[in-house]
Design a protein around this ligand. Structure first.
Ligand code: NAD
Length: 383
């Protein structure tokens, strides 16, 4: 019997992505695929513009949720699922998605209690070359960086490019990108393609080369040294460093029309880069899009996910929510490739096999054999 994978319909509010797209189904089922059967929950792709019929034509079978959960060996999803999906799964079944285990303790407990093998793409050791095709954090961050620029351009009352017309000359928008990881670099590229004049800053000075290769100017701060941490990520700055950084950035921010913030430190609250005073010092009509905005706060003081505020001086601050879900077809296509690569990695001789000695598998495994195995969680004391 071939392994059967089931693609579940997302249920989170506003989530329009789907874990598998028709064009990638043949990589799973086809003669050159990995030899699995694919079930798709009816309507799973509708919000991403993929009709049930397109999946059928590609070689998948459309089923309802009950049958999906009964027949699938592995259930594929994008975001953390609702309780009813977990409750409907049976012991030994695999659940693969971007489960955000560090911020979803109840979900992790439920997966362990149900003896599910929960696998989360968030934990992938991303710098391993063989993991790159599976890197869903990067593929989705890239979509977010692209869309952040479009959101900013839509809220901005002027042009991005320089335009010389009979009715006058418009100067190009001055865009500043703070944080030049995957999302920030995509934001730089997108803003440049729209014709803006772009500057960028990151606490990891080694990003300068990438920034400059995209045609942007790298801003160097004299008051803060390198903030490079482990594994290619940034470290959390000390309070003094943070204050110095905010003060030195203030002048740069006030000179720009558009600011896109993407700064994150793994496992920590996002650093505040733009204080309320600095928002107050910006020109009327300026726009900030905070990609780091979350329930824990964001890079802009007081910003929150999916919250737009217009300050008294006419500056718009947009706390981005789930931006990849707003470009659902492209985000789902990339995600489907990532999850297919991971699924292939978790198979041996046509069967699902969890190899605890494998570095990638150890990174993504959250629960297995009724236990929480993700090191960051397994070591936490029981509440
Ligand atoms: P991220 O989302 O964790 O953070 C975004 C950016 O914010 C980072 O560049 C970080 O340095 C920056 N930042 C954090 N604190 C800051 C502060 N106080 N001020 C200014 N900037 C701050 O990062 P990410 O996009 O997930 O990627 C992080 C790194 O991992 C990058 O170097 C990326 O190239 C690397 N990466 C490598 C691979 C690979 O080798 N295949 C894959 C994915 C990511």
């Amino acid at each position: 019997m071939p392994v059967t994978v089931g693609v579940a319909k997302e249920t989170a509010p506003g989530e329009r992505r789907v874990a598998m797209v028709p064009e990638v189904v043949p990589r799973l089922t086809g003669p050159s695929g990995i030899g699995v059967e694919v079930l798709v929950e009816s309507g799973a792709g509708t919000a991403a513009q993929f009709a049930d019929g397109a999946y059928t034509e590609a070689g998948a079978r459309i089923v309802d949720r009950t049958q999906l959960l009964a027949d699938a060996d592995a259930v594929l999803i994008v975001g953390p699922p609702d309780e009813s999906l977990i409750g409907g799964m049976r012991p030994g079944q695999l659940l693969i998605g971007l489960l955000r285990p560090l911020s979803s303790p109840d979900l992790v407990k439920a997966c362990a209690a149900g003896d599910l093998t929960a696998v989360s793409l968030d934990g992938l050791p991303r710098t391993l070359p063989r993991a790159q095709t599976m890197d869903a954090l990067s593929s989705q961050a890239s979509v977010a960086g692209y869309k952040a620029v479009l959101v900013a351009a839509t809220a901005y009352g002027r042009y991005f490019p320089m335009l010389i017309t009979a009715a006058g000359t418009a100067r190009p928008a001055m865009v500043l990108v703070l944080g030049t990881g995957v999302a920030g670099l995509q934001a730089i590229g997108t803003a440049r393609r729209l014709g803006a004049s772009v500057s960028a800053y990151d606490v990891r000075p080694q990003t300068r080369g990438e920034v400059e290769s995209l045609g942007a100017t790298f801003i160097e701060l004299t008051s803060v040294g390198s903030g490079a941490g482990e594994g290619g990520y940034a470290r959390e700055l000390t309070e003094d460093e943070q204050r110095a950084q905010q003060e030195e950035l203030a002048g740069h921010i006030a000179r720009h029309d558009i600011v896109i913030t993407t700064a994150q430190v793994p496992g920590r609250k996002p650093p505040v880069l733009v204080t309320a005073d600095v928002v107050g010092a910006m020109k009327a009509g300026s726009v900030i899009v905070d990609l780091a905005a979350s329930p824990l706060g964001g890079n802009v003081e007081g910003s929150g996910a999916e919250q737009t505020t217009i300050a008294e001086n006419g500056v718009t601050v947009i706390g981005a929510g789930n931006l990849p879900a707003t470009v659902p077809a492209a985000a789902s296509s990339a995600y489907a490739r990532n999850i297919t690569a991971l699924l292939a990695h978790l198979m041996q001789d046509g069967a699902l096999a969890i190899d605890l000695d494998d570095e990638i598998t150890r990174g993504v495994l959250v629960t297995h054999g009724g236990q929480v195995v993700l090191p960051a969680l397994a070591d936490r004391p029981e509440e």
